[in-house]
Ligand binder design. Sequence first.
Ligand code: ZN
Length: 319
Amino acid sequence: MTGLHHVTAIASDAAANLAFYRDVLGLRLVKQTVNFDDPGTHHLYFGDEGGSPGSILTFFPHAHAAPSRVGVGQVGETVFAVPEAAIGYWTERFIAHGVHFTTPEKRFGETMLPFQDRDGTRLALVALAAANALPAWTGDGVGAAHAIRGIRSVTMWIAAGDRSAAALGKGLGFRELAREGNFVRFSAGQDGAPAPVMGGAVDLRVVGDFLPGRMGAGSVHHVAFRAASDADQAAMADRLRQDLGIETTEQKDRCYFRSVYFREPSGVMFEIATDAPGFAVDEPVETLGSTLRLPPWLEAARPDIERRLPALEPLKAAS
Ligand code: ZN
């Protein structure tokens, strides 16, 4: 078993971030917490009803973050899966909400609608028949016929493919599925099968001498891959070390999963996160995301943290 677990990106305004992902894209805010390494900053998790692995996009909003520039060594695009007939709905919704988007395009035979959030984060929807059967979160204004099911893929911008391909393949268990133009698709699925809908693909986009990327608002900070258990995570770390000479960090407790990190050969920060314990570990599924949750080691500082965090709610999305 493998696949994407979550994608984490940098935003500017926290309230605007919430208004876009919840009120425009219709994702559920499944966790409202802080960056454990920088508790003066929010960490907002968006996903499906329960925050299933593969459905999760998270943000560190920094009010004064400088704009980013996409380039080599970065994730240049995060792609959400929607049902097959949903592209027309989303085009109209983007027009109604003033969302920047471009003409639908085909990649590996699939129809994609590229768009950007308010910080310029590059996103896309991909229309997949297999998405129709997956559960939909409909609590934030988008019905089941059109709702985003989860993250299908990320696209990494790289100078040349071989070493990143080895990290994805030997290290993380992905398989090369297809090539098209300067894209190489890696799948988390079985040989010969289409890439799974939820977290099932990574595309390498070979961009040669393109400029390196610059981190900031609108860029992806890291991509996390699934581990079924701590033992599975340790086995992946062993393979990375033995086969590729890549060292991972020690395991960090992220409350909702346990993680190790490493920089893959093209420069993108990768994380390997356990599926357990999940987002219901500190609040019921019914009320996920409704209040600020802190890990036990930060609870004593709650009054100070709450005073420093920017307000999330004053902005309401125009409807
Ligand atoms: Zn992460």
